[in-house]
Design a protein around this ligand. Structure first.
Ligand SMILES: Nc1ncnc2c1ncn2[C@@H]1O[C@H](COP(=O)(O)OP(=O)(O)OP(=O)(O)O)[C@@H](O)[C@H]1O
Ligand SMILES: [Mg+2]
Length: 494
Protein backbone atom coordinates (compact mmCIF):
# COMPACT_ATOMS: atom_id res chain seq x y z
CA UNK A 1 0.00 0.00 0.00
CA UNK A 2 1.22 3.46 -0.84
CA UNK A 3 1.38 5.77 2.10
CA UNK A 4 -0.85 8.78 1.96
CA UNK A 5 0.68 12.17 2.69
CA UNK A 6 -2.21 14.52 2.01
CA UNK A 7 -5.87 13.71 1.88
CA UNK A 8 -7.97 16.47 0.38
CA UNK A 9 -11.63 15.89 1.16
CA UNK A 10 -14.64 17.82 -0.11
CA UNK A 11 -12.88 21.15 -0.65
CA UNK A 12 -15.02 23.97 -2.04
CA UNK A 13 -13.91 27.53 -2.75
CA UNK A 14 -16.31 30.25 -3.72
CA UNK A 15 -15.28 33.62 -5.11
CA UNK A 16 -17.92 36.28 -5.74
CA UNK A 17 -19.85 34.85 -8.68
CA UNK A 18 -17.42 31.96 -9.33
CA UNK A 19 -17.17 28.58 -7.67
CA UNK A 20 -13.47 27.93 -8.28
CA UNK A 21 -13.54 24.52 -6.57
CA UNK A 22 -16.56 22.31 -6.07
CA UNK A 23 -16.33 19.45 -3.57
CA UNK A 24 -12.84 18.41 -4.62
CA UNK A 25 -11.32 15.25 -3.15
CA UNK A 26 -8.04 13.50 -3.98
CA UNK A 27 -4.98 12.18 -2.22
CA UNK A 28 -1.26 12.72 -2.63
CA UNK A 29 1.03 9.84 -1.68
CA UNK A 30 4.39 10.03 0.00
CA UNK A 31 7.29 10.14 -2.42
CA UNK A 32 5.32 10.55 -5.64
CA UNK A 33 5.23 13.09 -8.41
CA UNK A 34 1.58 13.97 -8.79
CA UNK A 35 0.46 15.93 -11.85
CA UNK A 36 -2.42 18.36 -11.49
CA UNK A 37 -3.98 19.25 -14.79
CA UNK A 38 -6.97 21.09 -16.19
CA UNK A 39 -7.90 23.85 -18.59
CA UNK A 40 -7.33 27.52 -17.85
CA UNK A 41 -9.51 28.49 -14.93
CA UNK A 42 -10.19 24.90 -13.82
CA UNK A 43 -9.07 25.68 -10.27
CA UNK A 44 -5.50 24.35 -10.08
CA UNK A 45 -3.87 27.47 -8.68
CA UNK A 46 -6.76 27.96 -6.28
CA UNK A 47 -6.21 24.43 -4.95
CA UNK A 48 -2.56 25.06 -4.24
CA UNK A 49 -3.29 28.41 -2.67
CA UNK A 50 -5.52 26.56 -0.25
CA UNK A 51 -2.77 24.03 0.44
CA UNK A 52 -0.33 26.84 1.14
CA UNK A 53 -2.75 28.73 3.37
CA UNK A 54 -3.25 31.75 1.12
CA UNK A 55 -6.96 31.01 0.70
CA UNK A 56 -9.37 29.51 3.20
CA UNK A 57 -11.84 26.99 1.76
CA UNK A 58 -15.55 27.05 2.59
CA UNK A 59 -16.39 25.14 5.74
CA UNK A 60 -17.30 21.50 5.28
CA UNK A 61 -14.15 20.17 3.65
CA UNK A 62 -10.92 19.05 5.27
CA UNK A 63 -7.31 18.49 4.42
CA UNK A 64 -5.60 15.78 6.40
CA UNK A 65 -1.86 16.08 6.18
CA UNK A 66 0.23 13.21 7.50
CA UNK A 67 -2.69 12.00 9.59
CA UNK A 68 -3.51 15.37 11.15
CA UNK A 69 -6.26 17.68 9.88
CA UNK A 70 -5.45 21.28 8.97
CA UNK A 71 -6.59 23.63 11.70
CA UNK A 72 -6.09 27.22 10.64
CA UNK A 73 -5.63 27.15 6.86
CA UNK A 74 -3.02 29.86 7.29
CA UNK A 75 0.40 30.23 5.66
CA UNK A 76 2.31 29.56 8.87
CA UNK A 77 0.55 26.26 9.44
CA UNK A 78 1.34 25.10 5.91
CA UNK A 79 4.95 26.13 6.33
CA UNK A 80 5.24 24.23 9.62
CA UNK A 81 3.73 21.16 8.00
CA UNK A 82 6.34 21.31 5.25
CA UNK A 83 4.18 22.44 2.33
CA UNK A 84 6.16 24.69 0.04
CA UNK A 85 4.82 26.22 -3.13
CA UNK A 86 7.04 27.56 -5.85
CA UNK A 87 5.01 30.08 -7.80
CA UNK A 88 5.85 31.20 -11.27
CA UNK A 89 7.69 34.27 -10.03
CA UNK A 90 9.45 32.20 -7.31
CA UNK A 91 8.85 34.98 -4.75
CA UNK A 92 12.57 35.38 -4.09
CA UNK A 93 13.96 38.54 -2.56
CA UNK A 94 15.93 39.75 -5.53
CA UNK A 95 18.24 42.06 -3.57
CA UNK A 96 19.13 39.41 -1.00
CA UNK A 97 21.85 36.87 -1.74
CA UNK A 98 21.21 33.30 -2.79
CA UNK A 99 22.33 32.20 0.69
CA UNK A 100 19.93 34.52 2.48
CA UNK A 101 17.07 33.47 0.26
CA UNK A 102 17.71 29.81 0.95
CA UNK A 103 18.48 29.95 4.63
CA UNK A 104 16.47 32.80 6.14
CA UNK A 105 13.26 30.81 6.23
CA UNK A 106 14.01 28.64 9.26
CA UNK A 107 14.82 31.81 11.20
CA UNK A 108 11.57 33.41 10.32
CA UNK A 109 9.67 30.21 10.98
CA UNK A 110 11.09 29.64 14.44
CA UNK A 111 11.31 33.30 15.25
CA UNK A 112 15.02 33.16 16.14
CA UNK A 113 16.22 36.66 16.94
CA UNK A 114 19.86 36.41 15.91
CA UNK A 115 21.15 35.49 12.50
CA UNK A 116 24.17 33.22 12.55
CA UNK A 117 25.87 33.71 9.20
CA UNK A 118 28.02 30.59 9.51
CA UNK A 119 24.98 28.41 10.06
CA UNK A 120 23.19 30.16 7.23
CA UNK A 121 26.05 29.44 4.89
CA UNK A 122 26.08 25.81 5.98
CA UNK A 123 22.33 25.47 5.50
CA UNK A 124 22.47 27.02 2.04
CA UNK A 125 25.40 24.88 0.93
CA UNK A 126 23.83 21.71 2.31
CA UNK A 127 20.59 22.37 0.42
CA UNK A 128 22.40 23.05 -2.84
CA UNK A 129 24.55 19.98 -2.24
CA UNK A 130 21.40 17.86 -1.99
CA UNK A 131 20.38 19.18 -5.39
CA UNK A 132 23.93 18.59 -6.69
CA UNK A 133 23.98 22.13 -7.96
CA UNK A 134 26.56 24.83 -7.63
CA UNK A 135 25.66 28.47 -7.30
CA UNK A 136 27.49 31.53 -6.10
CA UNK A 137 25.68 31.84 -2.80
CA UNK A 138 26.68 35.47 -2.34
CA UNK A 139 25.23 36.68 -5.63
CA UNK A 140 21.97 38.63 -5.37
CA UNK A 141 19.12 36.34 -6.40
CA UNK A 142 17.82 38.96 -8.83
CA UNK A 143 21.00 38.71 -10.89
CA UNK A 144 20.47 35.02 -11.68
CA UNK A 145 18.89 33.42 -14.72
CA UNK A 146 15.34 32.16 -14.37
CA UNK A 147 16.57 28.56 -14.12
CA UNK A 148 18.98 29.42 -11.31
CA UNK A 149 16.36 31.40 -9.44
CA UNK A 150 14.21 28.32 -9.58
CA UNK A 151 17.01 26.18 -8.16
CA UNK A 152 17.37 28.74 -5.37
CA UNK A 153 13.66 28.51 -4.63
CA UNK A 154 13.83 24.71 -4.54
CA UNK A 155 16.91 24.81 -2.28
CA UNK A 156 14.99 27.13 0.00
CA UNK A 157 12.19 24.59 0.09
CA UNK A 158 14.66 21.90 1.13
CA UNK A 159 16.10 24.13 3.85
CA UNK A 160 12.54 24.51 5.10
CA UNK A 161 12.29 20.72 5.28
CA UNK A 162 9.64 20.48 2.61
CA UNK A 163 7.51 17.36 2.58
CA UNK A 164 5.25 18.49 -0.21
CA UNK A 165 6.74 20.65 -2.90
CA UNK A 166 4.25 22.30 -5.24
CA UNK A 167 5.40 23.62 -8.60
CA UNK A 168 2.92 25.82 -10.51
CA UNK A 169 3.89 25.81 -14.20
CA UNK A 170 7.61 25.80 -13.41
CA UNK A 171 8.82 25.17 -16.93
CA UNK A 172 7.14 27.95 -18.87
CA UNK A 173 10.24 30.15 -18.76
CA UNK A 174 12.80 27.35 -19.07
CA UNK A 175 14.60 26.01 -22.11
CA UNK A 176 14.19 22.32 -22.90
CA UNK A 177 17.62 21.59 -21.43
CA UNK A 178 16.86 23.48 -18.23
CA UNK A 179 13.52 21.74 -17.95
CA UNK A 180 15.24 18.35 -18.26
CA UNK A 181 17.54 19.34 -15.38
CA UNK A 182 14.56 20.38 -13.29
CA UNK A 183 12.92 17.00 -13.93
CA UNK A 184 16.09 15.22 -12.78
CA UNK A 185 15.99 17.25 -9.58
CA UNK A 186 12.30 16.46 -9.12
CA UNK A 187 13.03 12.74 -9.43
CA UNK A 188 15.87 12.91 -6.92
CA UNK A 189 13.60 14.71 -4.43
CA UNK A 190 11.05 11.98 -4.89
CA UNK A 191 13.75 9.37 -4.12
CA UNK A 192 14.29 11.23 -0.85
CA UNK A 193 10.64 10.65 0.02
CA UNK A 194 9.41 14.17 -0.77
CA UNK A 195 6.08 14.43 -2.59
CA UNK A 196 5.71 16.78 -5.53
CA UNK A 197 2.59 18.33 -6.98
CA UNK A 198 3.31 19.47 -10.51
CA UNK A 199 1.13 21.76 -12.62
CA UNK A 200 1.76 22.07 -16.32
CA UNK A 201 -0.08 22.51 -19.62
CA UNK A 202 2.60 20.54 -21.47
CA UNK A 203 1.38 16.99 -21.90
CA UNK A 204 4.77 15.51 -22.84
CA UNK A 205 6.32 16.90 -19.66
CA UNK A 206 3.53 15.53 -17.52
CA UNK A 207 4.08 12.06 -18.88
CA UNK A 208 7.84 12.40 -18.54
CA UNK A 209 7.81 12.98 -14.78
CA UNK A 210 4.49 12.16 -13.15
CA UNK A 211 3.49 8.89 -11.48
CA UNK A 212 -0.17 9.83 -11.16
CA UNK A 213 -2.48 12.54 -12.43
CA UNK A 214 -5.44 14.33 -10.96
CA UNK A 215 -7.66 16.04 -13.50
CA UNK A 216 -9.76 19.14 -12.78
CA UNK A 217 -12.53 20.34 -15.03
CA UNK A 218 -14.51 23.48 -14.21
CA UNK A 219 -13.69 23.33 -10.52
CA UNK A 220 -14.54 19.64 -10.18
CA UNK A 221 -12.18 16.75 -9.72
CA UNK A 222 -12.58 14.20 -12.52
CA UNK A 223 -10.49 11.61 -10.69
CA UNK A 224 -6.94 10.46 -10.12
CA UNK A 225 -5.24 8.09 -12.55
CA UNK A 226 -2.02 6.11 -12.73
CA UNK A 227 0.21 7.03 -15.60
CA UNK A 228 -0.23 3.53 -17.05
CA UNK A 229 -4.00 3.97 -17.29
CA UNK A 230 -3.77 6.98 -19.60
CA UNK A 231 -2.23 8.35 -22.72
CA UNK A 232 -2.03 11.95 -23.89
CA UNK A 233 -5.31 11.83 -25.83
CA UNK A 234 -7.25 10.35 -22.92
CA UNK A 235 -5.78 12.88 -20.52
CA UNK A 236 -6.76 15.75 -22.77
CA UNK A 237 -10.30 14.51 -23.29
CA UNK A 238 -10.69 14.07 -19.52
CA UNK A 239 -9.72 17.66 -18.92
CA UNK A 240 -11.52 19.23 -21.85
CA UNK A 241 -14.51 16.93 -22.08
CA UNK A 242 -13.85 16.41 -25.78
CA UNK A 243 -11.21 15.20 -28.18
CA UNK A 244 -8.73 17.74 -29.37
CA UNK A 245 -6.82 17.64 -32.59
CA UNK A 246 -4.14 20.11 -33.46
CA UNK A 247 -5.15 21.72 -36.71
CA UNK A 248 -2.48 22.17 -39.35
CA UNK A 249 -3.37 25.17 -41.46
CA UNK A 250 -2.90 25.43 -45.23
CA UNK A 251 0.33 27.17 -46.15
CA UNK A 252 0.81 30.12 -48.45
CA UNK A 253 3.81 31.52 -50.26
CA UNK A 254 3.67 35.31 -50.08
CA UNK A 255 5.96 37.60 -52.00
CA UNK A 256 5.22 41.21 -51.15
CA UNK A 257 7.74 42.38 -48.53
CA UNK A 258 6.31 44.21 -45.54
CA UNK A 259 9.17 44.47 -43.08
CA UNK A 260 12.82 43.90 -43.87
CA UNK A 261 15.44 43.43 -41.21
CA UNK A 262 18.95 43.91 -42.59
CA UNK A 263 22.18 42.91 -40.89
CA UNK A 264 20.99 43.34 -37.35
CA UNK A 265 23.83 42.80 -34.88
CA UNK A 266 24.11 43.39 -31.16
CA UNK A 267 27.13 42.29 -29.18
CA UNK A 268 26.50 39.16 -27.14
CA UNK A 269 22.92 38.78 -28.45
CA UNK A 270 22.64 38.33 -32.21
CA UNK A 271 24.78 38.71 -35.29
CA UNK A 272 24.07 39.61 -38.93
CA UNK A 273 20.41 38.77 -38.75
CA UNK A 274 18.61 39.52 -42.02
CA UNK A 275 15.15 38.43 -43.01
CA UNK A 276 11.96 39.77 -44.51
CA UNK A 277 8.41 39.46 -43.34
CA UNK A 278 5.87 39.40 -46.14
CA UNK A 279 2.40 40.81 -46.26
CA UNK A 280 -0.18 38.26 -45.20
CA UNK A 281 2.23 35.65 -43.94
CA UNK A 282 2.83 33.98 -40.63
CA UNK A 283 6.56 33.79 -40.13
CA UNK A 284 7.78 31.43 -37.42
CA UNK A 285 11.02 32.01 -35.57
CA UNK A 286 12.24 29.03 -33.63
CA UNK A 287 15.43 27.82 -32.00
CA UNK A 288 16.46 27.01 -28.49
CA UNK A 289 15.74 29.45 -25.70
CA UNK A 290 18.75 31.75 -25.63
CA UNK A 291 19.26 31.58 -29.40
CA UNK A 292 18.55 35.30 -29.66
CA UNK A 293 14.97 35.18 -30.94
CA UNK A 294 13.43 37.41 -28.28
CA UNK A 295 16.36 39.82 -28.42
CA UNK A 296 15.88 40.37 -32.16
CA UNK A 297 12.15 40.91 -31.67
CA UNK A 298 12.79 43.43 -28.92
CA UNK A 299 15.25 45.32 -31.11
CA UNK A 300 12.69 45.50 -33.93
CA UNK A 301 10.10 46.81 -31.49
CA UNK A 302 12.45 49.47 -30.11
CA UNK A 303 12.85 47.99 -26.65
CA UNK A 304 16.58 47.89 -27.34
CA UNK A 305 18.85 49.30 -30.05
CA UNK A 306 20.97 47.07 -32.26
CA UNK A 307 24.65 48.03 -32.63
CA UNK A 308 24.30 47.94 -36.40
CA UNK A 309 21.62 47.16 -38.94
CA UNK A 310 18.60 48.77 -40.54
CA UNK A 311 14.89 48.28 -41.03
CA UNK A 312 12.62 48.85 -44.02
CA UNK A 313 8.86 49.08 -43.96
CA UNK A 314 7.18 48.55 -47.32
CA UNK A 315 10.46 49.39 -49.02
CA UNK A 316 11.13 52.61 -47.12
CA UNK A 317 13.79 53.04 -44.41
CA UNK A 318 12.30 52.81 -40.96
CA UNK A 319 13.80 54.27 -37.80
CA UNK A 320 12.58 52.96 -34.48
CA UNK A 321 14.00 54.42 -31.32
CA UNK A 322 11.37 53.32 -28.84
CA UNK A 323 8.28 51.12 -28.55
CA UNK A 324 6.26 54.27 -29.04
CA UNK A 325 7.79 54.73 -32.51
CA UNK A 326 7.08 51.09 -33.28
CA UNK A 327 3.43 51.36 -32.28
CA UNK A 328 3.07 54.57 -34.31
CA UNK A 329 4.41 52.72 -37.36
CA UNK A 330 1.93 49.89 -36.85
CA UNK A 331 4.07 47.31 -35.08
CA UNK A 332 2.70 45.36 -32.11
CA UNK A 333 4.66 43.12 -29.76
CA UNK A 334 3.28 40.58 -27.31
CA UNK A 335 6.07 39.71 -24.89
CA UNK A 336 6.72 36.21 -23.65
CA UNK A 337 6.65 37.40 -20.10
CA UNK A 338 3.10 38.61 -20.37
CA UNK A 339 2.17 38.43 -16.75
CA UNK A 340 4.83 40.92 -15.76
CA UNK A 341 5.07 43.07 -18.83
CA UNK A 342 1.69 42.99 -20.40
CA UNK A 343 -1.01 43.55 -17.79
CA UNK A 344 -2.12 46.17 -15.32
CA UNK A 345 -3.33 43.74 -12.67
CA UNK A 346 -5.38 46.21 -10.66
CA UNK A 347 -7.37 47.33 -13.72
CA UNK A 348 -10.37 45.61 -15.22
CA UNK A 349 -10.25 43.27 -18.20
CA UNK A 350 -12.00 45.99 -20.20
CA UNK A 351 -9.45 48.67 -19.36
CA UNK A 352 -6.55 46.36 -20.10
CA UNK A 353 -8.07 45.43 -23.43
CA UNK A 354 -8.59 48.93 -24.76
CA UNK A 355 -5.21 50.36 -23.75
CA UNK A 356 -3.80 49.72 -27.21
CA UNK A 357 -6.90 50.79 -29.13
CA UNK A 358 -7.76 54.00 -27.37
CA UNK A 359 -7.92 55.84 -30.68
CA UNK A 360 -10.47 53.53 -32.17
CA UNK A 361 -12.78 53.88 -29.20
CA UNK A 362 -12.36 57.62 -28.66
CA UNK A 363 -14.34 60.41 -30.24
CA UNK A 364 -12.75 63.45 -31.85
CA UNK A 365 -12.23 65.16 -28.52
CA UNK A 366 -10.30 62.16 -27.25
CA UNK A 367 -13.04 60.99 -24.94
CA UNK A 368 -13.55 57.29 -24.71
CA UNK A 369 -16.88 56.17 -26.08
CA UNK A 370 -18.25 53.67 -23.64
CA UNK A 371 -20.47 51.89 -26.12
CA UNK A 372 -17.58 51.25 -28.48
CA UNK A 373 -15.36 50.14 -25.65
CA UNK A 374 -17.98 47.68 -24.45
CA UNK A 375 -18.52 46.30 -27.94
CA UNK A 376 -14.84 45.84 -28.61
CA UNK A 377 -14.30 44.18 -25.23
CA UNK A 378 -17.19 41.82 -25.80
CA UNK A 379 -15.94 40.84 -29.23
CA UNK A 380 -12.43 39.99 -28.09
CA UNK A 381 -13.45 38.32 -24.86
CA UNK A 382 -15.61 36.02 -26.95
CA UNK A 383 -12.96 35.41 -29.58
CA UNK A 384 -10.44 34.31 -26.98
CA UNK A 385 -13.06 32.68 -24.76
CA UNK A 386 -11.92 34.63 -21.70
CA UNK A 387 -13.45 33.23 -18.54
CA UNK A 388 -15.26 34.38 -16.53
CA UNK A 389 -16.88 36.65 -19.15
CA UNK A 390 -17.05 39.67 -16.85
CA UNK A 391 -15.43 42.72 -18.49
CA UNK A 392 -15.34 44.67 -15.23
CA UNK A 393 -13.45 42.03 -13.28
CA UNK A 394 -9.94 43.04 -12.15
CA UNK A 395 -7.27 41.25 -14.18
CA UNK A 396 -5.70 40.04 -10.93
CA UNK A 397 -8.74 37.83 -10.37
CA UNK A 398 -8.30 35.86 -13.56
CA UNK A 399 -6.51 32.53 -13.75
CA UNK A 400 -2.98 32.62 -15.21
CA UNK A 401 -4.05 31.39 -18.63
CA UNK A 402 -6.92 33.84 -18.85
CA UNK A 403 -4.57 36.69 -18.01
CA UNK A 404 -2.42 35.55 -20.91
CA UNK A 405 -5.47 35.69 -23.14
CA UNK A 406 -6.25 39.28 -22.14
CA UNK A 407 -2.75 40.42 -23.10
CA UNK A 408 -3.02 38.63 -26.42
CA UNK A 409 -6.46 40.08 -27.07
CA UNK A 410 -5.27 43.57 -26.35
CA UNK A 411 -2.68 43.39 -29.12
CA UNK A 412 -4.85 41.50 -31.56
CA UNK A 413 -7.59 44.09 -31.12
CA UNK A 414 -5.16 46.86 -31.99
CA UNK A 415 -4.79 45.22 -35.44
CA UNK A 416 -1.29 46.49 -36.18
CA UNK A 417 0.27 46.04 -39.61
CA UNK A 418 2.90 43.83 -38.09
CA UNK A 419 2.39 41.72 -35.02
CA UNK A 420 5.20 39.97 -33.19
CA UNK A 421 4.06 37.37 -30.63
CA UNK A 422 6.53 35.65 -28.36
CA UNK A 423 5.39 32.15 -27.35
CA UNK A 424 1.68 32.87 -28.03
CA UNK A 425 0.34 29.78 -26.31
CA UNK A 426 2.61 29.65 -23.29
CA UNK A 427 0.43 28.88 -20.25
CA UNK A 428 -2.64 28.35 -22.42
CA UNK A 429 -4.41 25.01 -22.23
CA UNK A 430 -4.29 22.56 -25.13
CA UNK A 431 -7.94 23.08 -25.96
CA UNK A 432 -7.53 26.78 -26.62
CA UNK A 433 -4.30 26.62 -28.61
CA UNK A 434 -5.96 25.97 -31.93
CA UNK A 435 -8.37 28.86 -31.35
CA UNK A 436 -5.44 31.19 -30.91
CA UNK A 437 -3.71 29.77 -33.97
CA UNK A 438 -6.89 30.36 -35.95
CA UNK A 439 -7.01 34.02 -34.90
CA UNK A 440 -3.39 34.55 -35.92
CA UNK A 441 -4.07 32.90 -39.29
CA UNK A 442 -7.16 35.08 -39.81
CA UNK A 443 -5.19 38.23 -39.10
CA UNK A 444 -2.57 37.21 -41.63
CA UNK A 445 -5.25 36.41 -44.18
CA UNK A 446 -6.52 39.95 -43.70
CA UNK A 447 -3.12 41.28 -44.74
CA UNK A 448 -1.22 41.59 -41.50
CA UNK A 449 2.34 40.25 -41.20
CA UNK A 450 2.62 38.00 -38.18
CA UNK A 451 5.84 36.86 -36.55
CA UNK A 452 5.41 33.96 -34.14
CA UNK A 453 8.34 33.14 -31.90
CA UNK A 454 7.89 29.64 -30.52
CA UNK A 455 9.94 26.80 -29.08
CA UNK A 456 7.09 24.40 -29.74
CA UNK A 457 7.87 22.87 -33.10
CA UNK A 458 4.36 21.41 -33.56
CA UNK A 459 3.04 24.95 -33.14
CA UNK A 460 5.35 26.34 -35.82
CA UNK A 461 4.44 23.52 -38.17
CA UNK A 462 0.74 24.08 -37.51
CA UNK A 463 0.59 27.79 -38.25
CA UNK A 464 3.67 29.21 -39.95
CA UNK A 465 3.99 29.68 -43.71
CA UNK A 466 7.73 30.09 -43.40
CA UNK A 467 10.18 29.48 -40.59
CA UNK A 468 13.51 30.90 -39.50
CA UNK A 469 15.69 28.81 -37.24
CA UNK A 470 18.05 30.73 -34.99
CA UNK A 471 21.08 29.26 -33.34
CA UNK A 472 23.50 31.11 -31.07
CA UNK A 473 22.40 34.53 -32.24
CA UNK A 474 22.49 33.76 -35.94
CA UNK A 475 20.02 32.58 -38.53
CA UNK A 476 20.85 28.94 -39.16
CA UNK A 477 18.10 28.18 -41.66
CA UNK A 478 15.07 29.69 -43.44
CA UNK A 479 12.47 27.70 -45.31
CA UNK A 480 8.85 27.27 -46.30
CA UNK A 481 6.80 25.14 -43.94
CA UNK A 482 4.83 23.23 -46.52
CA UNK A 483 5.55 19.55 -45.98
CA UNK A 484 8.10 20.25 -43.27
CA UNK A 485 8.47 17.85 -40.37
CA UNK A 486 9.65 18.30 -36.80
CA UNK A 487 12.84 16.29 -37.15
CA UNK A 488 14.10 18.55 -39.97
CA UNK A 489 13.55 21.62 -37.84
CA UNK A 490 15.01 20.14 -34.71
CA UNK A 491 18.24 19.17 -36.39
CA UNK A 492 18.64 22.76 -37.63
CA UNK A 493 18.04 24.20 -34.18
CA UNK A 494 20.53 22.00 -32.36
N1 LIG B 1 -8.88 36.14 -6.13
C1 LIG B 1 -9.86 35.76 -6.95
N2 LIG B 1 -11.03 36.42 -6.99
C2 LIG B 1 -12.03 36.03 -7.81
N3 LIG B 1 -11.96 34.97 -8.63
C3 LIG B 1 -10.82 34.27 -8.65
C4 LIG B 1 -9.71 34.62 -7.81
N4 LIG B 1 -8.71 33.74 -8.05
C5 LIG B 1 -9.16 32.88 -8.98
N5 LIG B 1 -10.44 33.19 -9.33
C6 LIG B 1 -11.27 32.45 -10.30
O1 LIG B 1 -11.27 31.08 -9.93
C7 LIG B 1 -11.25 30.23 -11.08
C8 LIG B 1 -10.10 29.27 -10.99
O2 LIG B 1 -8.87 29.96 -11.16
P1 LIG B 1 -7.44 29.28 -11.01
O3 LIG B 1 -6.45 30.39 -11.00
O4 LIG B 1 -7.45 28.35 -9.85
O5 LIG B 1 -7.33 28.44 -12.37
P2 LIG B 1 -6.13 27.54 -12.94
O6 LIG B 1 -6.64 26.15 -13.03
O7 LIG B 1 -4.91 27.77 -12.13
O8 LIG B 1 -5.97 28.09 -14.42
P3 LIG B 1 -4.65 28.45 -15.33
O9 LIG B 1 -4.28 27.20 -16.04
O10 LIG B 1 -5.19 29.45 -16.31
O11 LIG B 1 -3.60 29.02 -14.45
C9 LIG B 1 -11.19 31.18 -12.28
O12 LIG B 1 -12.49 31.33 -12.78
C10 LIG B 1 -10.68 32.49 -11.70
O13 LIG B 1 -11.17 33.59 -12.44
MG1 LIG C 1 -2.99 28.77 -12.56
Amino acid sequence: MDQVLAEIKGITKQFPGVAALKDVSFTINKGEIHGLIGENGAGKSTMIKILSGLYTPESGGTIIFDGEPFKTYAPLESLHRGIVVIYQDFSLFSNLSVMENIALGPYVKDGKPLVDWKIMEKTACAALEKLRFQLDIHAPAGSLSVAKQQITAIARALANKARLLVLDEPTSALSKGEAAKLFAIMRSLKEKGISLLFISHKIDELFAVCDRFTVFRDGRCMGTFNKEELDGDKLVSLMAGRKIVYKIFDKNRREEPLLEVKNFSKAGQFKEVSFSLRKGEVLGITGLVGAGRTEVAQAVFGLSQPDTGSLFLEGKPLVIKSPKDAVAKGIGYVPENRLQEGLVLGKSIKDNLVITVLKAVSNRLGLIRRDKKALLTKEWMEKLAIKPPLPDLAASKLSGGNQQRVVLAKWLAAAPKILIVDEPTNGIDVGAKTEIHQILRDLAAAGMGVIVISSELPEIIAIADRVIVMRRGRIADQRFCEGLNQEDLLSKAL
